[in-house]
Design a protein around this ligand. Structure first.
Ligand code: XMP
Length: 324
């Protein structure tokens, strides 16, 4: 499409003007916005861009690998991968309160990002003068109109958004005139794969907002395996790209089941599949029973420690999309 093509050319030119010979750092989450921002900036300024990808230990299966493959191997973007999972999981040990989980994750993210930036600049002349963000037009409007909207505050806090206050960066926000569908189009034109540009939203605090109760390595393992099955079956049945979100959540409930002659006492997975325009309201998807049946039987047969799968048939409001 010529409109997005000329947007790309014009924005690259503007970014070059703004940045000059200086260096830019960008927190890459693997979501649509930061990914397209990274690809666009890479086209504009090449190696003057460094991306930092933080593994907080709360990622879905294969997420870190996908980002490294797409941006490191394919695009040759300068990418610093920080495995901070131990740090995050230590801080989250024993914590069950959802707001405390969010606070811990938000604070720890800022620390890890600062440490990474310091390490990247140590002993070098080229300090990062600019911080790039994948801010979209609706985010710009929202932050102007925010008026104490707690949902927006939570979101900005946990996205790579509200970053280091005591680090003096100038901002580069190449997507701030675009809506989501335009961002996806720009991403596609820049050569990003469909699995990135059409991906469903995933919250900054990651699987922490899909595990009720304590976050442990074992519970993360269970949720990751169950979630990977939901995603795989949604893609196989051609439903994945037709819904807003489809994922698994791990409930804080164990119940009795049978397996052969054995009595089991195992965990419960909730499957959440919703349609929505903007995440503010949502309805559960009337998925065909055979797709649900496949998801359920695969999770119960393949994920050790689960003996029950429920389908969430609540709309938002009053339920939220995530389970936390
Ligand atoms: P809820 O659960 O509040 O979620 O109905 C609405 C939408 O927002 C996403 N979400 C987040 N996204 N950081 C994000 O970037 C967050 O902290 C966060 N919490 C929820 C959620 O996935 C859904 O699409």
């Amino acid at each position: 499409d010529w409109t997005m093509g000329s947007f790309i050319d014009q924005t690259c030119e503007e970014v070059r003007q703004q940045v000059g010979d200086d260096h830019v750092i960008l927190g890459l989450s693997g979501g649509v916005d930061s990914s397209v921002a990274a690809a666009l900036l890479h086209k504009a300024i090449g190696d003057q861009l460094t991306c930092v990808f933080v593994n907080n230990g709360l990622l879905r299966s294969n997420e870190a690998e996908t980002v490294q493959r797409v941006f490191g191997d394919n695009f040759h973007v300068k990418l610093k991968y920080v495995d901070a999972s131990t740090r995050f999981l230590k801080k989250l040990k024993g914590v069950t309160d959802p707001e405390r989980k969010r606070k811990i994750i938000g604070n720890e993210f800022v620390r890890v990002f600062e440490d990474a930036t310091k390490q990247l600049t140590r002993g070098k002349k080229s300090k990062f003068k600019f911080l790039a963000q994948g801010t979209l037009y609706p985010d710009v409007i929202e932050s102007v109109a925010i008026g104490g909207n707690p949902a927006s505050l939570i979101k900005s806090h946990h996205n790579v958004g509200g970053l280091p206050k005591n680090m003096k960066f100038k901002l580069v926000e190449p997507l701030r005139q675009l809506f989501k569908d335009e961002v996806r189009e720009v991403g596609a034109q820049l050569g990003l794969p469909k699995e990135i540009v059409q991906r469903q939203p995933f919250p900054g605090p990651g699987l922490a907002v899909r595990i009720l109760g304590e976050i442990t390595k074992e519970r993360l393992r269970i949720l990751r395996e169950a979630d990977a099955i939901v995603v795989a079956e949604m893609k196989a049945s051609d439903w994945y790209y037709r819904v807003w979100q489809s994922f698994a959540a791990l409930l804080p409930v164990r119940s009795v089941g049978v397996m052969g002659d054995e009595r089991t006492y195992a965990q419960t997975i909730a499957v959440r599949i919703v349609e929505s325009q903007d995440g503010m309201t949502a309805d559960w998807v009337r998925l065909p029973y055979d797709v649900l049946a496949k998801i359920s039987s695969r999770i119960i047969n393949e994920v050790k420690g689960v003996n029950r799968v429920c389908y969430d048939i609540s709309s938002k409001p009053p339920a939220t999309i995530e389970w936390e």
